[in-house]
Structure formats: structure tokens, C-alpha cells
Design a protein around this ligand. Structure first.
Ligand code: AMP
Length: 249
């Protein structure tokens, strides 16, 4: 069984994000970009399923600019078998990505698609759900455990009240939460090997998808600076401050 893992190139999670002077967005010039952390977890899970003999091939796919090849190479260095780059310089929105992924799914026929639960740049948390809806497949979102059986998958989900386990008929969509696994680092020999692994290039037009953004960014602003905290000497002083200064009691 083939597993498809969509991986997004995003601003690295260690970078302090800066807003452009004109407020039109986030400054991406000369900023380190990496694979979306939830997608690393998705690649790791797919690789573990392959190593357990439950999958035969792991294909990584990215929709983005030419540099997204680096993101695909990271996935290949972790152990994925091949990559697909759907090249576009447009800002990708979840619906357009989901439509492109639908086209790839129809061509590749994977048994499972594992996505991140959200991309840390736009925090949309939509693509997996939209893809499931477009395909008419079952979805197990926010997975903290994936148990792949014959023709079905049991997904333990992190929900507000705790954990919920859903059983899905394959093919299905899974989106990863933080506690699913700890992704491996790519070793140097594997980074070298990844350079020889194939990456197919496509365009959104190959799937009949118009990626023109549907959303307009009205403005982007830094969050208000947080005020420094204070130390109180006693519980009585704390209660007094909460009552008389903060007005929350
Ligand atoms: P989002 O709905 O934007 O928060 O993204 C959720 C997940 O969809 C990500 O973790 C990726 O697995 C996938 N995804 C979103 N955008 C892209 C993209 N441009 N290329 C590949 N995968 C993507």
C-alpha cells in the first residue's frame, strides 16, 4: 500500500517572525524555511508503517515554489521513496491545495494520506478535512495513534475531552497531532542518497486547479507587547490585586 504525505515549506519554527513595514504580510526575505513540523511527524508515521511492513511506498508531495524541492529532499532524506513538486509561486490556500491533492490521489491511488493537522504559517487546519470531503473518504484528524489494519485504520484522536478512537475504512485521511511520534533526523548518508531519489514536477494546471488566492489580507500586525509581571509577597496581596487592580474577582 502506498502512503501519500503532503509536506509544506514554511517559515522555520525557531525564527522570530517579523511583520513587513507596510503591514502587508510577514517578511520572508532571507528567512530560514523548513518543513512544517506536523508534516515531519506525518513523514515519520508513514516511514514507521513502511518499516513495519504495512506500507510499500512513501511519496511526499509539496505545492509551492521551486525551493519547496528542499522540503521534499528533507522528506526523502528521512526515508521517503520519491517526491512530487507541484510548482507555483502563488500563496497556497487550503482549498486549492486540497483540489491539487485530490488530483494527485486520483493518479497515485494511495491507501492512506497523512497530512499535518495544520501548517504553522497560516494555522488554517483545513487542508486534510477539505481533501477528505472532496474525495468522500473518512478522516481521522489530530491523530496521536495510528493503528493500520487490513482494509481499515484505527485512529486515536486528541479531542477537547481527552481521546477518541475512530475506525476508518481505507482509503482514508489522517492528520497528525504533536504526540503521534518524534520525527527522526536524517543521517548524512541518507541526505546524500536523497539527492538521487526522483522528484516529479507538475503544475496546478495539470490538475485543472486555479490557485489564485480567494482571501484578501486586510492587514498584518505584531501582537501587543506583553507587560512585565510582578511578584507578590503573600496570597492576601495576590487576592487584593486581583480584586482591586485587575478587577477579575
Ligand atoms: P493547513 O490546512 O494549511 O493548516 O495545512 C494542513 C496540512 O496540509 C499541512 O500540515 C500539510 O500536510 C498540508 N498542506 C497544506 N498546504 C500545503 C502545501 N502548499 N503543500 C503541501 N502540503 C500542504
Amino acid at each position: 500500500m502506498k502512503i501519500l504525505v503532503p509536506v509544506k515549506r514554511v517559515i522555520d519554527y525557531n525564527v522570530k517572525v517579523r511583520v513587513k513595514a507596510d503591514g502587508s504580510g510577514v517578511d520572508l526575505a532571507n528567512v530560514k524555511m523548513s518543513m512544517n513540523p506536523f508534516d515531519e511527524i506525518a513523514v515519520e508515521e508513514a516511514l514507521r508503517l513502511k518499516e513495519a511492513g504495512k506500507a510499500t511506498e512513501v511519496v511526499v508531495v509539496s505545492v509551492g515554489p521551486q525551493q519547496a524541492t528542499e522540503t521534499l529532499r528533507t522528506g526523502l532524506a528521512m526515508g521517503a521513496d520519491r517526491g512530487i513538486l507541484v510548482k507555483t509561486d502563488a500563496t497556497t490556500e487550503p482549498l486549492a491545495v486540497a483540489k491539487i491533492l485530490k488530483g494527485i490521489v486520483e493518479a497515485e491511488e494511495p491507501g492512506l494520506v497523512i497530512l499535518g493537522k495544520q501548517a504553522i504559517d497560516d494555522d488554517c487546519n483545513q487542508t486534510g478535512q477539505m481533501l477528505a470531503a472532496l474525495l468522500g473518504w473518512g478522516q481521522g484528524t489530530f491523530a496521536s495513534k495510528v493503528d493500520l489494519g487490513e482494509g481499515s485504520v484505527a485512529v486515536t484522536r486528541e479531542v477537547d475531552g481527552g481521546l477518541q478512537t475512530v475506525s476508518l475504512k481505507l482509503p482514508a485521511i489522517v492528520t497528525t497531532d504533536l504526540r503521534l511520534n518524534e520525527p527522526r533526523y536524517a543521517s548524512l548518508p541518507n541526505i546524500m542518497k536523497a539527492k538521487k531519489k526522483p522528484i516529479d514536477e507538475k503544475t496546478p494546471e495539470d490538475f485543472g486547479v486555479d490557485v489564485t488566492p480567494r482571501l484578501t489580507v486586510v492587514s498584518t500586525a505584531e501582537p501587543a507587547a506583553r507587560q512585565a509581571g510582578i511578584k507578590v509577597a503573600s496570597v492576601a496581596e495576590l487576592v487584593d490585586k486581583l480584586k482591586n487592580e485587575a478587577g477579575v474577582l
